[in-house]
Write a protein that binds this ligand. Structure first.
Ligand SMILES: Cc1ncc(COP(=O)(O)O)c(C=O)c1O
Length: 391
């Protein structure tokens, strides 16, 4: 008899490796552990944003909202998208419970069971499990560590077939911090369009780009009807726990997502939508300061890591992570992360948590102050020197 304790769909979802490390870190009772694993800003949500939620809740904004979100927020999101050159209007915006729900509802909308979801890795792995939940099969295209995980349009295009329902492209990338060239990404859009597939452009780190002005994929493509852009308040405004994200895309997709949103969460928490509106339309000083702090930390960490022999790192152009090639050390990336935790009291994410392409690497997050970051890198250096020195 088939075991029906959980559905086959759910059984296909593998536990995330990063969780395993978090669990080990919780059990580990080392002194003065340095946390460099977190995927969220270590800053407080700006005061005017918190205040907007309080005022909304006190003022009685505590009912359900329309499935696609409150109108002023949808308008503000459309305006932000237009400022990035995207042809957007409020009717084609859906406010979701974080970028993660925007991604999931989009994949549910544009794929059928048995379709494939193509994704270059290393990458934040949630879309891979979301694809499985949608009954689709994830297809990973491993980018090459030899060129710092640069975008490889040809290899991604090779993976696109008539079975492809969606291609997920994340730029700036978590974990590598690479910012992909939009014209190269657009070649993928054209290939996807030839096979009636969509490209899901995950741009949640767009505002956290340090070198040059970032460009949105939907702003450069001739096939905006095939591109769905995902964004969120989480990283830009230190609002991870508020859970407000969105998608902007072609009308058939946003209409379908709005329809199924009724079945998943109905709408996003109402005071949180008002907070998001304040984040998008209020003073941008706090977000700029946070970005400047991340940039300073990036420079310090990358400079410091470059002094460590036997490892290498491609300087991240965006997001807040350094993805370090530690393949010269013994064992898998999970073994390396475990030794770093238990022997050196530093928590970092194993590269294998980001798909097949990430093996041999460790991800350090800059979501900690400079002093702790320097201490973490110093301990990592001790580990590298100990493990690579000839005996
Ligand atoms: C690449 C990427 N996309 C999307 C998300 C989802 O963020 P949220 O759901 O908080 O908006 C994350 C969070 O870590 C991420 O790293």
């Amino acid at each position: 008899m088939t075991d029906r304790s959980v559905s086959r769909r759910v059984a296909r979802v593998e536990p995330q490796q990063i969780r395993r490390l978090f669990d080990l870190a919780n059990e580990h009772d080392g002194d003065d552990v340095v946390h460099l694993e977190l995927g969220e800003p270590d800053f407080a949500t700006p005061e005017h944003v918190v205040e907007a939620a309080v005022v909304a809740a006190r003022g009685g904004e505590t009912n359900y909202t329309p499935n696609a979100g409150i109108d002023p927020l949808r308008r503000a999101i459309a305006e932000r998208a237009r400022a990035r050159g995207i042809d957007a209007d409020a009717e084609r915006v859906v406010v979701t419970t974080g970028g993660v729900e925007a991604l999931y509802l989009t994949l549910l909308t544009v794929t059928d069971p048995g379709d494939e979801v193509v994704m270059p890795t290393p990458a934040w792995p949630n879309p891979l499990s979301q694809a499985r939940l949608a009954g689709a099969d994830p297809v990973e295209v491993s980018l090459s560590p030899a060129d710092g995980f640069a975008f490889d349009a040809d290899r991604i295009i090779e993976a696109i077939t008539d079975r492809t329902g969606a291609v997920v492209l994340t730029s700036p990338s978590n974990p590598t911090g690479r910012v992909f060239d939009v014209s190269e990404m657009n070649r993928v859009v054209e290939a996807a369009a030839r096979h009636d597939a969509h490209v899901v452009a995950d741009e949640v780190y767009h505002e956290l780009t340090y070198d040059g002005t970032p460009r949105s994929l939907a702003a450069v493509t001739d096939r905006p009807d095939r591109v769905v852009t995902i964004d969120s308040c989480s990283k830009t405004y230190a609002m991870t726990g508020w859970r407000v994200g969105w998608l902007v895309g072609p009308e058939p997709v946003t209409a379908a997502v709005t329809k199924i949103h009724e079945s998943t969460t109905s709408c996003v928490n109402t005071p949180a939508q008002h907070a998001a509106l304040a984040a998008l339309t209020g003073p941008d000083g706090p977000a700029r300061e946070m970005k400047a702090a991340f940039e300073q930390r990036r420079d310090a960490v990358v400079d410091r890591l470059r002094e460590v022999p036997g490892i290498s790192v491609t300087p991240p152009e965006g997001a807040f992570y350094a993805f370090v090639d530690a393949s010269g050390l013994p064992g898998s990336s999970m073994d390396i992360a475990e030794r770093l935790l238990f022997e050196y009291d530093v928590v970092a994410a194993p590269g294998s948590a980001f798909g097949r392409g990430g093996e041999g690497h460790v991800r350090f997050s800059f979501a900690n102050d400079l002093e702790r970051l320097e201490l973490g890198v110093e301990r990592f250096e001790r580990m590298v020197r100990t493990e690579t020195s000839p005996v």
